[in-house]
Unconditional design. Structure first.
Length: 119
């Protein structure tokens, strides 16, 4: 996949900076929680990939994913869960909720580029 625009949903501003460096070839939009991410999707109709953290305030990643998948206009957007939660059951929950892939933090640039390319 060659994304047109990527929505990064993570409550860490440091992670936002890391994505900025690692994914400089893609236009990026940022949100600090699931509620803000839903608003960003309304503002940026051309987002076709979401990089999603799970543990966030206000609305966590799985809640956001459920809301996004319930909206037929957004159900086709690819989602990669990227979280410190790396147990097998966490991975399964993310994939069952509709994520296309699951990547555990910390990760290397090559790993995320590989996952995006395979979508």
């Amino acid at each position: 996949m060659q994304p047109k625009k990527v929505l990064v949903v993570d409550d860490s501003k440091l992670m936002h900076k890391m994505y900025e460096v690692m994914l400089r070839q893609y236009p990026l939009v940022y949100a600090l929680d699931g509620r803000e991410a839903l608003a960003r999707l309304e503002e940026h109709q051309d987002v076709d990939l979401v990089l999603l953290d799970i543990n966030m305030p206000n609305m966590n990643g799985l809640e956001f994913l459920g809301e996004m998948r319930a909206d037929s206009g957004k159900s086709g957007i690819a989602v990669v869960v990227i979280s410190t939660e790396g147990r097998e059951e966490d991975t399964a929950r993310g994939l069952e909720a509709g994520a296309a892939a699951y990547l555990k933090k910390p990760f290397h640039r090559e790993e995320i580029l590989y996952v995006i390319a395979r979508l």
